[in-house]
Design a protein around this ligand. Structure first.
Ligand code: CO
Length: 133
């Protein structure tokens, strides 16, 4: 795969409304979108810094992956999302190189992106999201 840029940085938060206040009041960024992604059991909030976005993720259910992440590791940086031309092709490329995939096929994420995750066991501990429009 050949990523063109970092699309967003995903950050797990315990309380989305409080996290939005921090990013607006301290970091001086404006939240431009709040979106619930039902199948991932998360509520997300987005900010833009140049071309890169910050995606805040709050669990909407105790069995959300964000809830278990926070339980194990605490709130903080959760994943880095790389923009590619074609998510499915990039997932296949990674698999061909022996990378374990969380998603064998792309699925719809927040903001209508086609997304897929690589397993952090295969990516030196960095939960890696691949996405395209
Ligand atoms: Co993401």
């Amino acid at each position: 795969m050949t990523p063109t840029h970092i699309e967003h940085i995903g950050i797990a938060v315990s309380n989305l409304d409080e996290a939005i206040k921090y990013w607006e009041n301290v970091m001086g960024l404006k939240c431009y979108n709040i979106e619930e992604v039902a199948d991932q059991k998360v509520r997300t909030a987005f900010f833009k810094i140049g071309e890169v976005k910050i995606e805040l993720l709050e669990a909407t259910s105790p069995d959300s992956t964000i809830a278990s992440f926070i339980e194990k590791r605490g709130a903080g940086v959760h994943h880095i999302a790389f923009a590619v031309e074609d998510t499915d092709k990039a997932l296949n490329d990674a698999q061909d190189k022996g990378v374990r995939l969380i998603d064998k096929q792309s699925r719809k994420g927040a903001e209508g992106l086609n997304i897929g995750f690589l397993h952090p066991k295969s990516t030196l501990g960095v939960l890696t999201e691949i996405c395209c429009k």
